[in-house]
Design a protein around this ligand. Sequence first.
Ligand SMILES: [Fe+2]
Length: 296
Amino acid sequence: MDYTIASKRTPPPTILPPSVGIGLKPQHYEALLDPDYPTSPPEWVEVHPQNYFGDGGPPHRWLTAISEIFPVSFHSVGLSLGSADGLNVHDLDRLAALCDRYPPAAVSDHLSFSGNAHNRFADLLPIPYTYGALDHFAGEVGKVQDRLKRTILIENPSRYLAYRGDEMSEIEFIDRLLARTGCGLLFDINNVEVSSTNLGFSADAYIDAICADQVGEIHLAGHVVEQHDSGPLLIDDHGSRVTPSTWDLYRRFIERAGPKPTLIEWDTDVPQYDVLMSEAAKATAVMRGVCDVVAA
Ligand SMILES: [Fe+2]
C-alpha cells in the first residue's frame, strides 16, 4: 500500500461561494424565502440530507424552492464511513437519489463511525488513527465518490478520547486520506477547539498545519464548557453562539487561507433566524476585515 502524501494538490471539491452560509432548519424557511425580509439572506445554505429522505411532502416543496435560489450544501450525518462493518448503504442510496434530484454545491460527511451491522448510534464516534483504519476509511470514501460521481468533503471530528493504538496524528490521517481519495476537508474550527481542549494539544498548531487549498468549507459553531476536577470538558452541542476563542481561531486560519465558504452551524436549541444571521454577519466581518487588510 502506498502511503506517500501527494505533493500536488487538487482544488477542493466544492462550488460553494467563498462567503457565509447558514445551517438551515424548517423554522427558517419562510424568512429565507421572504423577498421583503428586512435583512439580506445568506449566500448559501446547508441541510442534513437525512431530513429529506422521504419522497415528497412539505420538506421537498421547501427544498425545491430553496434550491432554485441558493446553492445548497448536503451535510450527511449518517454514512458511518468508519464502521468496520461497512458504510450505511441505505443512506448512501438515498443520498445518491437526493443528489440527482437537487444537485448540491457540496456533499460532506464525517471522519467518524456511528455503529456496526447490529447497532446504530445517533453519535459521531471517533475512529482510531491507524494505517488499517486509513485503508478502510479511504476505501469507503472511494465507494461514496464512485456512487455519487463526485468528490466529497470529510469533516474533522470533535473528540473526547484518543486511542492508545493510534499510529499517527489526526492531521496526518486527514492529510493521507485526502491525498489517497481526492476528497476535500470540511474544516470545523469549533471541533478543533473542542478536541484540543479535551485532549490537550495546541489548537493554534492544528490550525497552522491544515493545508488551506484542501479546505472546501468551514464550520463554526458553539459548544458547552463543563468544569470537572480534572479541568474543563468541552461538549460539542451546536447549541449556542460561536465562542470568542473559536472566532480567534477562525481569524487565524482566514488570515492565511483567504476567503472560504463558511457555515454557521446551530443544531440544538435552534434560535430565531435573526440570531443565526447575526452570527453570519460576524463571520462575514471577520472574512472581509482580514482580506481587506491583506489586500491593502
Ligand atoms: Fe461541523
